[in-house]
Design a protein around this ligand. Sequence first.
Ligand SMILES: [Zn+2]
Length: 145
Amino acid sequence: MAEWKDFASYGTDALADVLQGVAGLYGDDNAVRRFSFDLEPAEARWVLRRSGSDVDIAIYRFPDLLTSVDAPDRAGTLSWASTQPLGLLGHVVLEAADAVIRLHGKDGYRAKWVEHPFPVAALRELRRLHVRYDGCERRHGGAST
Ligand SMILES: [Zn+2]
């Protein structure tokens, strides 16, 4: 899942979008969630499609976010696709978010991403769902947030 390392370079509230997107997959076997990263000017659109206990992940690229916002997925270029168990996806995303806050702290994160505070509530919600539905016994940095 090499794409995750690109997080910090985007101007949108990318981390919150990812956390909320993945959280939205729990509790619905047919859930579909989309969120986009602004690559200035390109759009990278993530499409997460729940399929039983798995999630089909696809990343579509569009040359210009301003014109592609309403475009269907198929109008973009498929640049990455993978199928992962939901439990693993939730786990990896939580670990990534925890790593960000360990590295920068909430104040450092805010300073770096002026417009967006660290998405504490979104992180807490995903952690709750992941522990409840996936039965994960790792702590996921619960003490720090
Ligand atoms: Zn876990």
